[in-house]
Design a protein around this ligand. Structure first.
Ligand SMILES: Nc1ncnc2c1ncn2[C@@H]1O[C@H](COP(=O)(O)OP(=O)(O)OP(=O)(O)O)[C@@H](O)[C@H]1O
Ligand SMILES: [Mg+2]
Length: 264
């Protein structure tokens, strides 16, 4: 796996990060370490500042104070090194609707100066179950297909650090699981993933470490097991187990239905 950075230390190190928008103090001293190869979930209410953190780490926004390093590069002083080390999939997909899915991928592969853009595109289409839809304009894709294409585009060039800002917001349950599988694959390949989400089930399933951003600071930062220990130990209670709505949804709709597949 290509790793243009300085392979030492954590993939992401944030110390004392502060950011205000005029009077609004959004980040008031954020400290965060993300180990290499880890899926790290950043949770927080709407407006907590998750996207602000991601934008600072991806050099799109300047912090007021504090330091942040990504893949060993300082986000302020070595922005080019950071940009060469990361990809960013935002809350809103960056897919060009006029181009086909395949053309979108080829375009990014060309921009990244890869040798065989067509082969890179075909490999990613197949990996994200988009081969059949690959020739069609992305504007005709469902939300889940667009999101998968967007993630596929962000993986071109194998960046060692990937930012996923609410990658499954607005997706149906099946498309959501497909994105989860894509993230799991990334993690298995050794990519560091910083994920923001409102979906606690998503964090439980994917993240090796979970932090909560609240009132401008990280108030907890631990493994899922560690976070569970914050509450009193589980009591054994008799409960009638009701099927979850998700179980009902899949029982009624079937595993192979929905927007996640290639067909219209
Ligand atoms: N460019 C901006 N100018 C002024 N205020 C902003 C700007 N960007 C964000 N904010 C404010 O900063 C706060 C944090 O926003 P941010 O988008 O980082 O939150 P978030 O945790 O990503 O929220 P969400 O869960 O809704 O995506 C919010 O109150 C938001 O209104
Ligand atoms: Mg956000």
């Amino acid at each position: 796996m290509s790793n243009p950075g300085q392979g030492e230390g954590p993939a992401i190190r944030v110390q004392g990060l502060e950011k205000s928008y005029k009077e609004l103090r959004v980040l008031r001293g954020v400290d965060l370490d993300v180990e290499r190869g880890c899926v790290f979930a950043l949770l927080g209410s709407n407006g907590a500042g998750k996207t602000t953190v991601v934008r600072i780490l991806s050099t799109l926004l300047k912090a007021d104070a504090g330091t942040a390093r990504v893949n060993g590069f300082d986000v302020a002083a070595q922005a080019a090194g950071v940009r060469a080390s990361i990809s960013l999939t935002g809350q809103f997909a960056a897919v060009d609707g006029i181009l086909s899915g395949r053309e979108n991928l080829v375009l990014v592969a060309r921009l990244r100066h890869l040798k065989d853009p067509g082969a890179v595109a075909d490999g990613l289409l197949s990996r994200f179950a988009l081969t059949e839809a690959g020739g069609r304009k992305a504007a005709t894709y469902s939300g889940g297909m667009r999101r998968r294409l967007d993630i596929a585009m962000s993986l071109i060039g194998n960046p060692p650090v990937v930012f996923l800002d609410e990658p499954t917001a607005g997706l149906d349950p099946k498309a959501r699981i497909e994105v989860w599988q894509a993230v799991e694959e990334l993690a298995e390949g050794g990519t560091t993933v910083l994920l923001t989400t409102q979906d606690l089930a998503e964090a439980e399933r994917l993240a090796g470490r979970i932090a909560i951003l609240h009132r401008g600071r990280i108030i907890v930062d631990d493994t899922l097991a560690g976070l569970r220990r914050l509450l009193p130990p589980a009591k054994v209670e008799y409960v009638e187990k009701q099927p979850s709505l998700e179980e009902v949804f899949f029982a009624v709709v079937g595993e192979d239905a929905g927007t996640g597949s290639d067909e219209e």
